[in-house]
Design a protein. Sequence first.
Length: 216
Amino acid sequence: MTDLLHTARAKAARADFPALLSLCQQLRADPAVTLAQLLDLGALLSQFGFLSEAESCYRQGLTLAPEDLRPWVNLANLERERGNHATSRTHYARLQQQLPNHPVIRRNLLVGMEYDPAISDTERLTAARAWGDWAIARAGGARARPRLKPLKNRPLRLGYVSADLCQHTVGLFLNPVLGAHDPQRITAFAYNASAQTDWVTRAITASCRATGGAVP
């Protein structure tokens, strides 16, 4: 089963989609298939735009483990990708009721609101502030900001924080910005909130180091 998943990923990477879909059918038909494998398979299919096939994997996962919430998280994301924001929002609202302090569920619900045309700017702002209040409370309460120190002819230290400092829209847009910083005026730091690293991550690291900064 693991070998079939590995082969499916290789076929997807080569854009051999007929072979990918054939392997996916084999995996789903195997009576020994597990929920984890169905979730991995659904994520692979979703990544390459096969959303209906991905949904079938997640719903099959629900039949194997009706009490497991992971398929519902994936279905909520999938509906957002389809543009079915009301359905996605309903899934996430129910998930948040069941897991009120789950950071990924809270984050995904907030991100989904940014793409939902039925949500007003006021509602987005209210939700973002509520998320901030929740995060501050989880971190032990508000803390006083450190006093600002005068620059005294040193460069301004500027930090960028993202979970997408990789081959993602954020990483691809950010790197030229970092490269445009004058090291006499700016020392740049990029805080990578993800374990994923690739050529864009390395380029961002190099750009930060060129200003005297780093990617901690």
